[in-house]
Write a protein of this length. Structure first.
Length: 361
């Protein structure tokens, strides 16, 4: 029996969780405009197959220490199945596959091939949106950020193949843990940003000087939002116009998307996106404020998510708190900008205050 066969079998088995996610990823690449190009990173990973031949020179005996990475990766994959989070599942599957290389062929091989797995991680669904969201300070599309990361990983892989630079396991995982901690601390505050529940009703289309009408959802709307109950309204007043999209969420959280994702899918360019606090009816409301543009039009958009207990402008906070047993509502109101963002904020604030007063009456 070939003594190397168990190692090959271990590495091959490491791809099983990722193979389980491939049907979902194929659907996302075919149906989601934001995920449409992510297959390229999987192709780049396969193209980097030349690196595997070089691993022959660097293979060592099986390393049981790899279980410290392999078991948590498997746990993350299984947890993602439990909570029905595809992105976490893909991350866990890619980490599991890399850990299997470490287990079978030792740290030297795992360290060499790590940049290729970094490229593979870039094909994770929704990563384009979230990279653009987390690093909005750079004003770059998430796909551009992914392209930059792919080039950096490819350069790292090339240098690793041409001239080996071994990194100590302890140093590698210390840097990785530090990066994760910094990112968690950076975003942790957004998960806690909540305000009192605000669930306005828009059944009455004429109130407080606003004249409006309900709009029929399009076929694209129904397809995009799936089983959620969707209502759309158009309002006009002396101060300007406001569009409203109100969702009563269904029981499939994957049919609820971040507003920035929806706008990009519709061809809008996101100029800025931030969490902010506005005053409605004498109390604070947390919203996500987005400025989006396409040729000839710029919109100011406020988005928030509400259940009976609280409201939040954070999509991550909503996803963390969501459960099929709790009814959630999503609201997206927008107005065109003609002079300044302050003008748009005043118009949306005036409109929501009128809506809050109309509900109180």
């Amino acid at each position: 029996m070939n003594k190397r066969l168990p190692g090959y079998m271990t590495v091959a088995a490491g791809f099983v969780p990722l193979a389980c996610k491939m049907p979902y990823m194929f659907r996302a690449w075919r149906q989601s405009p934001l995920d449409r190009f992510d297959w390229i990173f999987g192709a780049l990973f396969l193209a980097a197959g030349i690196a595997w031949s070089r691993l022959r020179e660097r293979r060592e005996k099986p390393d049981g220490v790899a279980l410290a990475a392999l078991l948590p990766s498997l746990a993350l994959f299984l947890l993602a199945l439990r909570v029905d989070n595809h992105a976490l599942g893909i991350i866990g599957a890619v980490a599991f596959s890399w850990s299997a290389v470490w287990l079978a062929w030792g740290w030297r091989s795992a360290c060499c091939i790590f940049p290729a797995y970094g490229i593979l991680m870039l094909m994770c669904t929704s990563s384009r949106y979230w990279l653009g969201y987390f690093f909005s300070i750079f004003r770059l599309d998430g796909l551009a950020i992914k392209a930059i990361l792919a080039v950096l990983f490819a350069g790292w892989l090339g240098l690793s193949l041409l001239r080996e630079r071994r990194v100590r396991r302890e140093s590698f995982f210390f840097c990785l843990a530090l990066l994760l901690v910094l990112m968690t601390v950076w975003q942790a505050g957004t998960l806690q940003r909540r305000s009192a529940a605000f669930v306005p009703e828009f059944h009455s289309v004429n109130f407080s000087g606003y004249l409006g009408r309900s709009l029929e959802p399009t076929a694209d709307d129904r397809r995009f939002f799936g089983g959620s109950r969707l209502r759309k309204f158009f309002y006009a007043a002396d101060s300007g116009i406001v569009n409203v999209l109100a969702l009563t969420c269904g029981d499939d959280v994957h049919q609820i998307h971040p507003a920035g994702h929806c706008l990009r899918t519709g061809g809008w360019r996101i100029v800025s996106e931030r969490l902010t606090e506005v005053e409605i009816g004498g109390r604070k409301l947390e919203v996500s404020e987005i400025v989006a543009s396409n040729p000839g039009t710029t919109l100011l958009v406020w988005v928030w998510y509400s259940c009976r207990s609280f409201s939040t402008g954070s999509f991550l906070g909503f996803r963390r708190s969501w459960s099929a047993d709790t009814q959630w509502h999503t609201y997206q109101i927008s107005t065109p900008l003609f002079t300044s963002e302050e003008e748009g904020r005043a118009r949306l604030g005036e409109f929501l205050n009128a809506a809050a007063q109309n509900r109180a009456n």
